[in-house]
Design a protein around this ligand. Structure first.
Ligand code: PMP
Length: 447
């Protein structure tokens, strides 16, 4: 570490005050920070020189691992060549190249890509495209949006409106009107300790018929779901559930959006979960893994027919009044192209698929440890539900996350009393064993 880097990392306790940390228990953090100062491959590094296993791929995003040479050099080269270019009325080649590469990875005729800078922006963009699509095709009465309980679609007003996480919604007023929610698909009694997609629950998709019957299809624009709900505890879709949603949407002419911000780019062993589940949605939102987390980027994959519907009218007129200053930012595009190269050259999606069985064995091997109520696994994602402490929901998982970091050199995500793990896809069988061992120690420590 250079002298100046060492200096940058040395913070006095009061230096922590100015940064209001997002989705963080600020006071607890600032008393006892969980701080990282470097990273390489499967590990975060701390200022004291500890190597912490990244059991979370950062925040479900660093699928290629950390500080990978091809990605780092692509970003550095891009910064020296073309630092910024607008995507409004002007272009730069890497934006077009990246869009084409992403479209080539997507199933069916999801052939067009609209770029944003985050998952939240991707979701709000997709919802706006859905509404505009019905407007321009003469069905402007189709304005209702349908999300799902326990859905997470980022923090924009659109995203929290269709999202189903109560604390993310209840402080912020009335949100979008005309939104309904499907029931979530988790039922511990019927599904506990299932590997991959649970057998029970496909019928819950039929709730969409009930909502359609209540409002009439002529008022409904789109349904948005995460193929696997990530942020609310790793809930893989029941077998057949997504196909049923697709059938009902087709029957009633409703657009289906898959939010693949977590599941995109290999997490479930395929470029997109849509491919794993054999269902082609009308739009896919993505972010995180597209640049392996290195530079912020998000976007929406859109089916050909939707894009083409917009490409009517006088040629000089803007077709969609929506976009961001940083849409298709050159650094993000360079990072994205390099990340996709790494995924392809190292076969990381196939690797995730090949390791899924070993990963699932390791996760389910934690069954029987004290306080474990359920374990779920799918792709390279795992979740362990801990018995909540009486009158202190979330407290046990918080302690698990904190002790995992400080005592067992493992970074995990928590939500409620669930520990979620989703390491970089470069992991080896020995990393899997190591993560499971550390998790077992953590679970025993907080029992
Ligand atoms: N959708 C899903 C499914 C997500 O998991 C997330 C982030 N975890 C988002 C949207 C929001 O992404 P961002 O934090 O980049 O805005």
């Amino acid at each position: 570490m250079s002298a100046s880097a060492a200096h940058d990392h040395a913070l006095a306790p009061n230096d922590l005050e100015a940064f209001w940390m997002p989705f963080t228990a600020n006071r607890a953090f600032k008393k006892k920070p969980r701080m990282v100062t470097g990273a390489k491959d499967m590990h975060y590094l701390t200022a004291e020189g500890r190597k912490v296993v990244d059991g979370a791929a950062g925040l479900w995003c660093c699928n290629a691992g950390h500080n990978r040479d091809p990605i780092v050099s692509a970003i550095q080269a891009q910064a020296g060549e073309l630092d910024y270019a607008p995507a409004f009325q002007f272009g730069q080649p890497k934006a077009f190249a990246l869009a084409a590469r992403i479209a080539a990875l997507a199933p069916g005729d999801l052939d067009h890509v609209f770029f944003a800078n985050s998952g939240s922006e991707a979701v709000d963009s997709a919802l706006k495209i859905a509404l505009a699509y019905w407007n321009i095709t003469g069905k402007g009465s189709k304005t209702r949006l349908i999300g799902r309980e326990r859905g997470y679609h980022g923090v924009g007003f659109g995203g929290i409106s269709v999202g189903g996480i109560v604390p993310n919604r209840k402080f912020f007023g009335s949100l979008l009107t005309g939104v309904d929610h499907l029931p979530h698909t988790y039922n511990r009694e019927k599904q506990a300790f299932s590997r991959g997609e649970p057998e029970w629950g496909a019928h819950l998709a039929d709730e969409l018929e009930r909502i359609v019957a209540l409002h009439d299809a002529s008022t409904i624009a789109a349904v948005i779901v995460e193929p696997m709900a990530g942020s609310t505890g790793v809930l893989p879709p029941p077998k057949g559930y997504l196909k049923r949603l697709r059938e009902i949407c087709d029957k009633h002419n409703i657009l289906l959006v898959f939010d693949e911000v977590i599941t995109g780019f290999g997490r479930l062993g395929f470029a997109f979960a849509a491919e794993r589940y054999g269902v082609v949605p009308d739009m896919i939102t993505f972010a995180k893994g597209v640049t392996s987390g290195t530079v912020p980027m998000g976007g929406v994959l859109v089916r050909k027919g939707i894009y083409e519907a917009f490409m009517q009218g006088p040629e000089h007129v803007i077709e969609l009044f929506h976009g961001y200053t940083y849409s298709a930012h050159p650094l993000a595009c360079a990072a994205g192209l390099a990340a996709l190269d790494v995924y392809r050259d190292e076969g990381l999606f196939e690797r995730a698929r090949a390791l899924e069985g070993t990963w699932a064995d390791a996760m389910h091997g934690l069954k029987g440890l004290p306080g474990v109520l359920d374990i779920r696994s799918v792709g390279i994602v795992g979740a362990v539900d801990l018995a909540p402490l009486k009158d202190a929901p979330g407290r046990r998982a918080f302690e698990a996350m904190d002790r995992a970091f400080h005592e067992f050199d493992l970074m995990v995500r928590i939500t409620g009393d669930t520990i979620a793990v989703s390491p970089p896809l470069i992991l080896t069988e020995s990393d899997i064993g190591d993560i499971a061992d550390k998790l077992a120690k953590v679970i025993r420590a907080v029992a």
